[in-house]
Design a protein around this ligand. Structure first.
Ligand SMILES: Cc1ncc(COP(=O)(O)O)c(C=O)c1O
Length: 406
């Protein structure tokens, strides 16, 4: 393990690269094969197998994974696509780069409220907001938890709605024993430093359709055909074009480095134990906190939704309604004790200034639960290694000591 960060006694993210991850990274550097190559392919194959999808395409971030999934969904090489001004349903608790690709490709976002018990999309509100113009449902699985994805799938199937699952915060979580990210047309993942496995930066898109896979491969690298398995056919079809540079689609360059793949691959091999540790640490913090019964009603710990087995991203917490007005004071006091906190993703996203800039909420809809979560919610981090009991006690005691004042 690398040495610990020192700004907070209990930071959001703790050192998380193991010796073997680092050694693997160094061996890639020494090999001279820095750019995407065989190790990336191997990681993609193992990731697809782990997650239960047919295909996986590694990219340089979870944001790029969302960009490619959205771009592939409206690509002319695809049969079922969306057009400009079609509607997309997206929860109000989302990350910025869950939303931006939808705007960049001309979709009209319709914000859906969330269930305050799970932080995830509220199926009843989703059903109310589906219209003939709905072409995409963009699920964001928040902090390891999920909505009823099977129900969402059922609704979408009838109406041929494309599902993209932003699973960037929920790698390894399951719904009815099937991994999140495999219920829709595309699943996206992030390997940023705070996520369930990490290579510093990095991401993945998964899908089950071969045609979608081919599109993703072109989109990832310049729009060329060279990474696709129909490349030979394409070469024959265009004999006058240099076979190394046939541009069959448009594209970006969002490839990851081979070193990122090597590190993330090493972490993937350990994911089950890391998951066990993370979930153990979370349950211990809750158990130790609850020992002081006096404060039990002052906060609610978010629990797994029905049928979901979480690989928790953190410990999401809601303050009781009567403590809402003290939220910033409480957060300040918790951080002063040395426990780092974060909002629940970005709070109610429709409050963000860019929503006004792009006129994304013309009807001025209100999301009652997202607003409530913004006003009462926050989360603290969990370590991927089993945390020392003293530190877990310190976290639980810090929460209790702060709440004693209210
Ligand atoms: C829900 C969600 N989607 C997408 C992303 C973007 O991932 P990245 O930071 O790897 O670009 C994040 C980042 O944390 C996220 O929380």
């Amino acid at each position: 393990m690398l040495k610990t960060f020192d700004k907070f006694k209990y930071p959001l993210i703790q050192p998380r690269l193991f010796r073997d991850d680092i050694q693997k990274g160094i061996s890639v550097l020494k090999s001279g094969q820095i750019t995407m190559s065989k190790l990336t392919k191997k990681f993609e194959n193992d990731f697809a197998r782990y997650i239960g999808a047919k295909y996986a395409v590694m990219v340089n971030s979870g944001s790029s994974a969302n960009l490619l999934a959205t771009c592939a969904s409206c690509n002319p090489e695809r049969k079922n696509t969306f057009k400009r001004n079609d509607e997309v349903l997206i929860p109000g608790i989302c990350w910025s780069t869950s939303l931006w690709p939808l705007i960049q490709f001309g979709l009209k976002p319709i914000f859906v409220d969330v269930d305050p018990n799970t932080l995830n999309m509220d199926i009843n509100d989703l059903k109310k907001k589906i219209s003939k113009k709905t072409k995409v449902i963009f699920c964001v699985h928040v902090l390891g938890n999920a909505s009823n994805v099977l129900e969402i799938k059922k609704i979408s199937k009838k109406k041929k709605i494309i599902i993209i699952e932003d699973t960037c915060e929920s790698l390894g979580s399951e719904f009815k024993k099937k991994k999140l990210g495999t219920f829709g047309d595309f699943g996206t993942f992030s390997f940023y430093y705070s996520h369930q496995i990490s290579s510093g930066e990095g991401g993945m898109v998964v899908c089950n359709d071969k045609n979608d896979y081919k599109i993703l491969l072109s989109l990832r690298a310049h729009g060329w055909s060279r990474d696709r398995d129909d490349h030979k056919k394409i070469v024959k079809k265009y004999p006058n074009i240099d076979p190394r540079f046939i541009f069959i689609n448009y594209g970006f360059n969002v490839r990851a480095l081979e070193i990122q793949a090597a590190i993330a691959h090493q972490q993937l091999k350990k994911i089950n134990i890391l998951k066990k540790n993370r979930n153990f640490n979370r349950s211990q913090i809750i158990k130790l906190f609850k020992k002081k019964e006096k404060n039990n009603k002052k906060i609610t710990f978010i629990e797994e939704a029905k049928n979901v087995k979480c690989n928790w991203f953190g410990v999401p917490i809601l303050l009781s309604k009567n403590l809402k007005k003290y939220k910033s004071k409480i957060i300040q006091m918790i951080e002063k004790k040395g426990v780092e906190t974060r909002p629940i993703i970005s709070g109610n996203f429709i409050n963000q200034p860019a929503i006004k800039l792009f006129k994304l909420n013309k009807k001025k809809i209100k999301l009652k639960n997202c607003q409530d979560i913004e006003e009462r919610g926050f989360f603290i981090g969990i370590n991927s290694l089993k945390t020392n009991k003293k530190i877990l006690k310190f976290v639980a005691n810090s929460l209790n000591q702060v709440l004693d004042n209210f």
